[in-house]
Design a protein around this ligand. Structure first.
Ligand code: FMN
Length: 362
């Protein structure tokens, strides 16, 4: 039975433990989506994670709508990421870049253009912008030319991630963003080869994987999915069938690891009320499965024992506990993150959470 502290291989990545840092948007880049110096401190503090999955990082201006989130589409952003990645490596860690196109969830006031999606739909919630929360405009349906261009954007962001020194990439296919908008029949109303039956709705995801893997190698390509429940308005009439088929497609492509955000009904981050699809996914997919949402040390170890998960990713616990791995090892109490500073600017609630041993010494 694997333990959280056992090493694990995920394609080309050799992880010293199975406690992964989940991707966390923190809004500490600059207005040009260039990473800042405090991001190097923040990630280096968390380098004992088996693997750090970076905050979602825009592949293009069109795809990035979160204020002060980072990007990977130009040279300044690559230069900005280099010291961040180097600081993680110097601290003994590993980090992959989460590649993000938000699709219909990009507010025009941030990107300067109408959002693009699988179909002409509108995101349900108000979006964060530089001027507070705003209604989202209706997206336009991607044309065949748009799809080709966006695949090119994924490829060049993946190339840029490697130029910045990342150990690989994770494609953000979860949480109601562009890939999820193509996957689910509530947001994909297309009648061409990218819409209709499940096999067609998987096409965009497959092509993104191929575009990214063409740059970084399939052994450095992972993907995140959110297979149960509705996600920011993206839902499907049969999530279990859709995501089991998606996992089978990822198996055929040779993707070495999938992270699944599967919250339970009591989750404090976007609860879902359907049974987990991960057991069915594990029957069609033989790569590594990383499970996420609401885990603490004991529940994480229990999930590994059930045989579906190979590793567990922790989001909010890593915000307040830079030394989460060591705290779980010692069975030490966990600090509680301050929600008010999740997306604020500067070091407060970002780099000022101290390791448990420093707190005890203080
Ligand atoms: C502040 C914050 C930012 C997040 N940003 C991202 C993100 O950039 N990409 C992503 O896939 N998920 C993101 N998530 C979701 C987390 O990765 C994770 O799924 C969620 O926090 C539940 O896991 P946890 O209970 O371990 O925190 C974010 C969650 C929070 C709280």
């Amino acid at each position: 039975m694997p333990k959280l502290f056992d090493p694990v291989e995920m394609g080309a990545l050799s992880l010293p433990n199975r406690i992964l840092m989940a991707p966390l948007t923190r809004g500490r880049a600059d207005r040009d989506a260039v990473p800042t110096a405090i991001m190097a401190d923040y990630y280096a503090q968390r380098a004992s994670a088996g693997l750090i999955i970076s905050e979602a990082t825009g592949i293009s201006r069109e795809g990035l709508g979160w204020p002060y989130a980072p990007g990977l589409w130009n040279a300044a952003q690559v230069e900005g990421w280099k010291p961040v990645v180097a600081a993680v490596h110097a601290a003994g860690g590993r980090i992959v870049a989460q590649l993000w196109h938000m699709g219909r969830l990009v507010p025009s006031s941030v990107s300067g253009m109408q959002p693009v999606s699988a179909s002409a739909t509108r995101g349900p919630n108000k979006a964060h912008t530089y001027d507070g929360k705003q209604e989202l405009p209706e997206a336009r349906a991607a044309t065949a030319d748009d799809i080709r261009r966006i695949l090119g954007d994924y490829a060049s962001a993946a190339r840029n991630a490697m130029a910045a020194g990342f150990d690989g990439v994770q494609i953000h296919g979860a949480n109601g963003y562009l890939i999820d908008q193509f996957l689910r029949d509530g947001t994909n109303l297309r009648t061409d080869d990218y819409g209709g039956p499940i096999a067609n709705r998987l096409r965009f995801m497959r092509e993104v994987v191929e575009a990214v893997a063409g740059e970084v190698g399939i052994d450095r390509t992972g993907i995140r999915l959110s297979p149960i429940g509705e996600s920011q308005g993206a839902n499907d009439s049969d999530n279990a069938a859709l995501f089991t088929a998606a996992a089978a497609a990822l198996q055929a492509l040779g993707v070495p690891w999938i992270e699944l955000r599967e919250p339970g009904p009591l989750s404090t981050f976007r609860a879902a009320y359907e049974p987990a699809v991960s057991p069915a996914i594990s029957r069609v997919y033989s790569g590594r499965i990383v499970l996420n949402s609401d885990y603490v040390g004991e529940s994480a170890q229990a999930r590994l024992a059930e045989g579906v998960a190979d590793a567990i990713s922790f989001g909010r616990p890593f915000i307040a506990n830079p030394d989460l791995v060591e705290r779980i090892r010692r069975g030490a109490a966990l600090g509680t993150p301050d929600v008010a500073t999740f997306y604020s600017r500067g070091p407060e609630g970002y780099t000022d959470y101290r390791a448990g041993s420093e707190q005890e010494a203080a």
